[in-house]
Design a protein around this ligand. Structure first.
Ligand SMILES: O=C(O)C(=O)C[C@]1(C(=O)O)C=C[C@@H](O)C=C1
Length: 211
């Protein structure tokens, strides 16, 4: 399979054209995602079942780069409590609708939000310290980025629900998660900042009790 692309922003500051200009991002609708047959439903391996979830968490973290760019140098703080409440309300409702314990959905999303804020804070610190590394464009939070974050929400919840058999395995969950993460990282360029954030994002996977 061809290597899966991380979204633009992650690649942006890791890989530069010789001119120093960032490599042009892959349009969002052209990016590969980790879903479909890799969800582990219908005979896929346990690690494959978690791979979709890990991939979706990586996608969400990559969007945090763009959110950081949207907020950098503006009056918008990294934490927006009202947006978080709305998102977690949406998560609660959608979880119930697909038979996932809403507490599970909420706890997982709290970790995704926290991980994303870690990315934003660390990028802002980097950009403050090193003006040459600053993003050249400021995407729009309301019209561009939040709709993309929202589009990921139902997919992430579905993957979390589908991963229940693996998550239920007290002995196997961690091993399968590590394997899934290794597979995703083998195909995805992540720097130390994003690897740390991914650890935060994935912490609940094997910790949330499955009913
Ligand atoms: O939407 C934003 O403003 C974001 O920064 C994204 C996000 C999220 O991960 O969904 C993270 C932090 C904010 O407190 C609210 C939401």
């Amino acid at each position: 399979a061809p290597p899966l692309s991380v979204t633009a922003a992650t690649v942006l500051y890791e890989e530069r054209e010789p001119s120093g200009a960032p490599i042009s991002p892959v349009p969002y609708d052209k990016r590969e995602t980790y879903e479909t047959s890799e969800t582990g439903v219908g005979g896929g391996s346990a690690a494959a079942g978690l791979r979709g979830l890990v991939g979706a968490a990586v996608e969400r973290l990559s969007l945090a780069d763009e959110v950081a760019a949207a907020k950098f140098g503006t009056a918008s703080p990294i934490t927006d409590p009202e947006r978080e409440w709305r998102l977690l309300d949406d998560v609660t409702e959608r979880s119930a609708a697909i038979g996932l314990d809403p507490r599970t959905g909420v706890r997982f999303f709290q970790a995704q939000i926290e991980a994303g804020k870690t990315v934003q804070r660390r990028l802002h610190a980097r950009w403050l310290a090193d003006p040459a590394s600053r993003p050249r464009e400021r995407p729009d939070l309301a019209t561009e980025l939040r709709p993309r974050l929202d589009a990921l929400t139902p997919r992430i919840l579905r993957l979390l629900r589908q991963a229940e058999p693996v998550r239920r395995s007290s002995t196997g969950c961690r091993a399968h998660l590590a394997a899934a993460r290794a597979e995703v990282e083998a195909r995805t360029r992540l720097d130390a900042l994003h690897r740390d954030a991914l650890t935060v994002a994935l912490t609940p996977v094997c910790e949330i009790p499955v009913a």
